[in-house]
Design a protein around this ligand. Structure first.
Ligand code: GRG
Length: 300
């Protein structure tokens, strides 16, 4: 069997996603006060791997076939939440990060107040984006509402924000393995998982397909965070385009808990779990298989 052409796949998918992001920002900007326009543009459009929309579109494709433009618009809703979370996470009251994706963070260029408000504006924008895209994909009101709910739950107190709280209160403490898993299941995993479930919901996945995408999403969510900790340990700030690392901030990491080899082995085990889930659910997607491996093999 020929190897999946991951590099060219990522390149072409990212192009379509950048177009969809630009469409979304162009739609949002006229509504925004002038003071928030550049912070929003910077936060949303200045780089990134675009993993979340790619996963959403691939979940859609795996179940529903060739994705129309609106599937990319749906993926953008997840990236808007991700963009806001990075803008807020980098603020002085959080990680106080000077760099993100190799560039100055949004607040370093536009100030804390504008960055906070611009990030906040992206949350309802993401909900509206998901609703519009789901409707354009032919979802009825019940399905579209389910998609928006899934997005908001993943982003909220029982998801990403909840994980961020655990992260903040755990600073300076040595978390045990179960607590670290729970923190990252929420902080990073919930949104990554939602990329898969939302893509599947929009494509009218069967219950079995939905379960497989859910399990795949949970597994790669965890694998992603473990890989992040490994990268933090093995790459320079220049290579990663950001600083400082979680370990430097007094946070528990998978590498501190399991060692470098132990953390790598755990990430690989999660990837295997993700691939098994696809097999069991009858989802034949070379792209999702390759993306699961990419999550742990990526260099940034
Ligand atoms: C409300 C003030 C306030 C803060 C909340 C919710 C929140 C801030 C932060 C969420 C925590 C967070 C930033 C999680 C994501 C962590 C993570 C792994 C980011 C990197 O993701 P990549 O590698 O980034 O996909 P790129 O740059 O490729 O998009």
């Amino acid at each position: 069997m020929t190897e999946f052409p991951l590099d060219s796949f990522l390149r072409s998918e990212r192009e379509r996603i950048e177009d969809a992001l630009a469409r979304s920002v162009d739609g949002l900007v006229p509504e925004l006060h002038e003071a928030l326009r550049e912070p929003v543009r910077h936060g949303v459009l200045a780089g990134g791997k675009r993993l979340r929309p790619i996963l959403c579109v691939e979940a859609f494709r795996a179940v529903g076939g060739d994705p129309p433009e609106a599937a990319y618009d749906l993926g953008v809703s997840l990236e808007l939440i991700h963009a806001y979370s990075l803008m807020h996470d980098d603020l002085p009251c959080m990680d106080d990060a000077p760099l993100r994706r190799g560039r100055p963070t949004v607040h370093r260029l536009h100030g804390e107040l504008r960055t906070t408000l611009a990030g906040a504006a992206l949350i309802p924008a993401a909900g509206r984006q998901a609703w519009r895209a789901a409707t354009a994909l032919g979802c009825d009101d019940g399905c579209a509402a389910g998609i928006v709910r899934e997005l908001m739950v993943a982003a909220g107190a029982g998801g990403m924000v909840g994980g961020q709280v655990l992260d903040l209160v755990g600073e300076g403490e040595e978390l045990d393995a179960a607590s670290l898993d729970e923190l990252h299941r929420l902080k990073t995993g919930a949104l990554l998982r939602a990329c898969l479930t939302i893509g599947g919901m929009a494509a009218d996945a069967s219950p079995g397909e939905g379960r497989a995408l859910d399990e795949y999403g949970r597994a790669i969510g965890l694998a992603f965070q473990i890989a992040d900790d490994v990268l933090d340990e093995t790459s320079s700030a220049e290579e990663l385009g950001k600083a400082p690392s979680d370990a430097d901030l007094g946070k528990s990491t998978y590498v501190a808990l399991h060692g470098l080899d132990g953390a790598r082995a755990r990430a690989v085990a999660e990837v295997e779990r993700a691939l098994d889930a696809l097999d069991r659910g009858g989802i034949r997607s070379e792209a999702l298989r390759a993306l699961a491996r990419y999550v742990v093999e990526r260099e940034s």
